[in-house]
Each structure stands twice: as C-alpha cells, then as structure tokens.
Design a protein around this ligand. Structure first.
Ligand SMILES: Nc1nc2c(ncn2[C@@H]2O[C@H](COP(=O)(O)OP(=O)(O)OP(=O)(O)O)[C@@H](O)[C@H]2O)c(=O)[nH]1
Ligand SMILES: [Mg+2]
Length: 299
C-alpha cells in the first residue's frame, strides 16, 4: 500500500497482478463538512457490515487535516473495536504530494483492499475543496453527510456536493433543524435535471446508532441501480475519466524522463526570469520539444 501511495515504480506491476484477481469490492465514499460525523458513520457502517459477516476495508483520506486531528474513526471505543478485528483493514492516506493523483491513488488502494478480500470499502474524506470530488470519482457510491448546524450546508449544496451525492445523510438528526435541512435538500434535488437515480435522504444519529440500517439499505439500493442498464453510461464516464488521468500521469512521467529536459526547464526559467519570454510561451515551447511536434512542423 505504501508503494502504491508513493507512486513507486513497482506499484504498477503489483496493481496489475491484483487487478481482476477477485471481484472488485464496492467502494463507498463518505464526504461532508468537517465534524459532520463522517468517521462515526464509517465506524457504525463497518460494525454493521461486520455483524453481517462482511470483510471491510476503510480508507481515510487526509486524516492529517487540521479538522480531524488524526482521529481516523473519531470515537475511541468504535475505533478500538474495529482496529483489533482482523476482518477490518483501516488505512489512512495523506493527500499532500498526491497532486491531481488523489482519485487514482484512492482507487488503487481500494483495488489492493479488494485483493485482500474486502467485501466493501469505505472511503472517508472531509469535503473542503477538491478532495471530495476526487473521492467521488474513486467511489461507486458517494454519501454526502450534512448536519442541521452546518450553517454552510445549503451553500455546500450549491457548491457541487449536489452533483456528487448518490445518498444524502442528514446526520445529527437529534439536533434541531433536521427537518429544515431535509426539506432544503429535497427542494434542491427537485431543481435538478431528471436523472435515472434520485438520491435518497437518510436521517441518522450516528452516535446513537440510529438510521444506520436505513443508510445501509440506501447504499445497497444504489448498488443495485449501478448494476442495471441505466447506470452503464455513468460508469463508463468514470472509467473514461480514470483512463484520462492515468494517461496524463504517464505522459508527464515519460516527459520528465526525457534526456535533457531538466536543462531545458532551467533555461526556460531563466528566460522567464529575465523577462524575455512569457511563462505561457516557455511552456508551449517545452511541450513542443517533448512531443516532437516542433520537429514535424519545421519539415
Ligand atoms: N449529537 C450528535 N453528535 C454526533 C453525531 N454523529 C457524530 N457526532 C459527534 O460529532 C463529532 C464529530 O464526529 P466525527 O465522526 O469525528 O466527524 P467527522 O465528520 O469525521 O469529522 P472530521 O473527520 O474531523 O471532518 C464527534 O464528537 C461525534 O461524537 C450525531 O448523530 N449526533
Ligand atoms: Mg473524520
């Protein structure tokens, strides 16, 4: 997993070997604002799955963010119950340094967990910025967790969480305002263009283990939907996006491995520094050299 996470050269062969060896475990992304209860929900879902005899993989993306303070599964009691269970594999992944490759890394870790024998893989990430979009790309089913008191909940709906949600979770439903939040989500959903899947809204109180069964049912319903013909287009889109990312990564790698590129980069940087060339022009020139496009257009 460390090889994969660090993008080590051996990782690709390893992944190739694991790929397809076992059926891919469904990947469930869990995202939402800081402190919404994602970790508590992930732990409760994992416990429910364990009671049903399932092997569970957990990937916590960016547990080093200032919001989590390193507590991957929030609550210590839940955490210890899971972390001593040999049928549960918990892996945390830092997002720093994985520029643009976060979705790919997450998918790859999930594939390794499938190889280990995971029946389902839960992926938690805090929804602040780009990482939740990456996780949605890597997941088959994305849960968006909101709470009555997250004042920015409605803003989150506008800011793109709406598009990635397959299931809405109104957690902390023991707090006032859960009805209003559910209503706000419902009216936001009504404005969406008609789609084959209508995200259900599930209310939970994760700390009291309330609504977890319903949440699990909603996940299963979405999984059944994904297996149907109406979802083929969307799944293909995700695979296309993944391939594009993989190609981008490999092209970049190949480019940097080219002889003398470092020196060319130094020279271009000097030119930009000296004000003789714009960074745009310099980048274009370098790309032409990398792709040999320049050679051909000269002939
Ligand atoms: N009242 C109430 N508190 C909850 C509920 N779910 C979680 N909490 C509490 O909310 C706090 C944050 O829970 P976490 O599960 O760590 O939240 P998180 O979304 O993983 O947080 P980050 O990873 O830091 O973004 C903890 O103190 C939980 O005990 C709930 O349904 N009701
Ligand atoms: Mg958390």
């Amino acid at each position: 997993m460390s090889l994969v996470e660090n993008g080590a050269p051996e990782a690709e062969a390893l992944l190739e070997r694991v790929y397809g060896a076992r059926p891919a475990a469904p990947r469930v992304g869990v995202t939402g604002p800081p402190g919404a209860g994602k970790s508590t929900l992930v732990a409760e879902l994992a416990l429910l799955l364990r009671r049903r005899g399932k092997r569970v993989g957990v990937v916590a993306v960016d547990p080093t963010s200032p919001y989590t303070g390193g507590a991957i599964l929030g609550d210590r009691v839940r955490m210890s119950e899971l972390s001593t269970d040999p049928e549960v594999f918990i892996r945390s992944m830092a997002t720093r340094g994985s520029l643009g490759g976060l979705a790919a890394r997450t998918e790859e870790l999930a594939e390794l967990l499938s190889g280990w024998g995971s029946d389902i893989t839960l992926i938690e990430t805090v929804g602040v910025g780009q990482s939740e979009l990456d996780v949605a790309q890597a997941a088959d089913t994305t849960l968006v967790v909101l709470t009555p008191e997250s004042g920015d909940a409605i803003q989150s709906l506008k800011a793109g969480l709406m598009e990635i949600a397959d299931v809405f979770v109104v957690n902390k439903s023991d707090h006032a305002g859960a009805d209003q939040l559910a209503a706000a989500i419902r009216s936001a959903l009504a404005l969406r263009p008609k789609a084959p899947w209508m995200p259900p809204i599930v209310r939970t109180v994760a700390t009291e283990r309330r609504g977890i069964e319903e949440l699990h049912e909603a996940i299963e319903a979405h999984r059944a939907h994904l297996a149907g013909p109406k979802a083929q287009g969307g799944r293909r889109e995700k695979i296309r996006a993944r391939l594009k990312n993989a190609i981008r990564e490999r092209l970049l790698e190949a480019a940097w491995e080219r002889q003398g590129l470092g020196a060319l980069l130094d020279r271009a940087a000097d030119q930009v520094l000296g004000g003789t060339v714009s960074p745009y022009r310099a980048a274009r020139d370098l790309i032409e050299r990398i792709t040999d496009h320049g050679e051909r257009s000269k002939n």
